[in-house]
Design a protein around this ligand. Structure first.
Ligand SMILES: C[S@@+](CC[C@H](N)C(=O)[O-])C[C@H]1O[C@@H](n2cnc3c(N)ncnc32)[C@H](O)[C@@H]1O
Length: 274
């Protein structure tokens, strides 16, 4: 996420679909192999784009991680993380940082990034930096959405290209980061091979979310992809944008109850050689 504009991340809005959003996270964690350390557990780990931190804390417990750092650029998300999760000087800490440039000294057992990599460009260079942070035998686990071709995302761009929003964006509505940044699954596989992964697993998975109605899709994307528009608009214009989006979206997907929302995601896991 660029540093311009206000922080549009709203932990309350993002957590509205906490169960649906956490499912891919736990599927990703399921790809992580045992550490090989007697008694289990992992040493230094990072959760990049940790958001409001509840999954960071949960995985720290579940995998018996000795030292976890959650990194995020959103003050609102970090404040929520610090309010809800008790930081511990050694075991679990949160820090403000930019995951686009984050790296480490080759001493991390695990680098996890759930639903955050899509916000930054040049995945080949970013993954190379993340890979360098891994210790020998370290593991990388990344999940990115790949749903840019669903009307929920297409309509967002279409509405942003109409007035009065277009002028508010100086005729340049922010592009969909998933379209701009997310690669095809096989390209991630190739990148991992080039980085020297000794084992890898990359897959495209469709998560089928049964929402109460089509209208709930609006609530869903408000917490994520619409933030790139609303953060640049006045409160009044942001409300008008969401109203216009809702109208166009329901025309496109129908006003149904319940509504089945298929959501494609890429799960990426790899291990560095010992
Ligand atoms: C969709 S949320 C995912 C949060 C968390 N990983 C989860 O699964 O619940 C994406 C997070 O990435 C963070 N983010 C986006 N771009 C970032 C950047 N360049 N550096 C650090 N964090 C970033 C956002 O602030 C947000 O908290």
């Amino acid at each position: 996420m660029s540093e311009s504009g206000r922080d549009a991340w709203d932990p309350h809005q993002y957590r509205k679909f906490a169960d649906e959003r956490s499912q891919p996270f736990w599927d990703l964690v399921g790809l992580i192999q045992p550490s090989g350390v007697p008694g289990g557990g992992y040493g230094r780990c990072a959760d990049l784009g940790c958001g409001s931190g509840e999954l960071t804390a949960a995985v720290t417990d579940r995998l018996n991680i000795a030292e976890m750092l959650g990194v995020d650029s959103s003050d609102a998300m970090l404040a929520k993380a610090r309010a809800d999760v008790s930081e511990d000087e050694h075991r679990l800490r949160f820090a403000r940082g930019d995951i686009a440039h984050w790296s480490g000294r080759g001493d991390h057992d695990l680098v996890i990034a759930n639903a955050s990599l899509q916000w930054v460009p040049d995945h080949a260079a970013v993954l190379e930096r993340w890979w360098k942070a891994l210790a020998p035998g370290g593991q990388l686990a990344v999940q990115v959405p790949a749903n840019a071709d669903h009307p929920s995302h297409l309509v967002a761009t279409q509405v942003a290209s109409t007035e009065p929003f277009l002028s508010a964006f100086n005729c340049l509505p922010p592009a969909d980061p998933v379209v701009q940044n997310v690669l095809a699954p096989e390209q991630y596989a190739l990148l991992l091979e080039r980085l020297g992964a000794v084992a890898q697993h990359v897959r495209l998975q469709v998560y089928g979310h049964r929402l109460a109605s089509s209208d709930e899709v609006v609530e869903w994307v408000r917490g994520t992809s619409l933030t790139r528009f609303t953060r640049l608009l006045s409160e009044e214009l942001a409300a008008a944008y969401i109203a216009a989006y809702r109208e166009r979206l329901l025309e496109a997907i129908g006003d149904e109850a319940p509504y089945f929302y298929p959501f494609k995601r890429i799960l990426i896991w790899a291990r560095k050689g010992d």
